[in-house]
Design a protein around this ligand. Structure first.
Ligand code: NAD
Length: 274
């Protein structure tokens, strides 16, 4: 009998911030498709362990690694642990992110810095570590490998707020806007090494990050006004798109941002002629 196609069989995938929300869905999706998954958390060990247990009880493979993505030494240690355990790296899903909201006039330097440190510097540290590992692997196998396919894939978690301005969240919007040029620039630089770098920009996805909006019926109705497709997204909606970008099916896609937003970026207020 032919079994289901396991798109990531024996590939090693790090998913940052995978103790909840979109990262959790990605970790489960890759594990269900045959990958060895590094489940990363920064503070909630119990939640991370729960995700790993789910992977293992489904017959998957993975490890749990604590690392704050904004700390260089912790990021380096996480990548070393992954490679020591599984012998290589194939995919980085650089997902970890947070919000610290405030009006611009009252935003503290601490709030600004925290979001930039995790959402943007965290991406720099993780993507650099992944790229260094991919290049080292390529050097080690270049005599024996004749594959035309990418040797390493990176997917960055951005947001529709890399193009939609967001008052009251300027630290978050600046971090996501920064991710876009960061992603395009490293994609240009890394493509000759056969490393593919792309990002996904989710719209409103039902996770703990925006619980305050979807758990309040009035705010939820207001949110639906912004989504032509008239439903909030699920973490699985994002995980499936992330997996496509990390798979060989998208091998000729480089430096792109895929919007997963039910049409949120389509200027919905113009739907009835503006
Ligand atoms: P979430 O709060 O459920 O998940 C965020 C994850 O990041 C958590 O696991 C958290 O522990 C982790 N994290 C936070 N700081 C960290 C750090 N310093 N080091 C390591 N991990 C850290 O929210 P989510 O919605 O799943 O968010 C995941 C990503 O998706 C974020 O980058 C977020 O900006 C992005 N995003 C979410 C939405 C949405 O509507 N939910 C929309 C667009 C983009």
């Amino acid at each position: 009998m032919i079994g289901p196609e396991l798109k990531f069989k024996d590939q090693v995938v790090i998913v940052t911030g995978s103790s909840s929300g979109i990262g959790r869905a990605c970790a489960l999706h890759f594990a269900n498709n045959g990958a060895h998954v590094v489940v990363n958390y920064s503070s909630n060990a119990e939640a991370g362990q729960k995700v790993l247990n789910e992977i293992l009880s489904n017959g998957g493979s993975g490890i749990l690694v604590k690392a704050d993505v904004s700390k260089e030494d912790e990021v380096k240690a996480m990548f070393s642990e992954a490679v020591n355990r599984f012998g290589k790296l194939d995919v980085l899903i650089s997902n970890a992110g947070l919000q610290q909201d405030s009006s611009f006039l009252e935003m503290t330097l601490e709030q600004w810095q925290k979001v930039i440190d995790v959402n943007l510097t965290g991406q720099f540290l993780c993507c650099r570590a992944a790229a260094q590992q991919f290049v080292a692997q390529q050097e080690a196998t270049k005599e024996t490998s004749h594959s035309e396919l990418a040797i390493g894939k990176i997917v960055l978690m951005s947001s529709v707020h890399d193009v939609i301005p967001w008052a009251g969240h300027v630290n978050y919007a600046a971090s996501k806007g920064g991710i876009m040029m960061f992603m395009k620039s490293i994609s240009q630089e890394l493509a000759p090494y056969k490393i593919r770098v792309n990002s996904v920009s989710p719209g409103a996805i039902k996770t703990p990050i925006n619980k305050e909006v979807w758990s309040d019926p009035t705010k939820y109705q207001g949110l639906l006004e912004l989504i032509p497709y008239k439903r909030i997204g699920t973490p699985q909606d994002v995980a499936k798109a992330v997996a496509w970008l990390a798979s060989d099916d998208s091998d000729y896609v480089n430096g792109e941002t895929l919007y997963i937003d039910g049409g949120m970026t389509l200027y919905p207020e113009f739907a009835d002629n503006g």
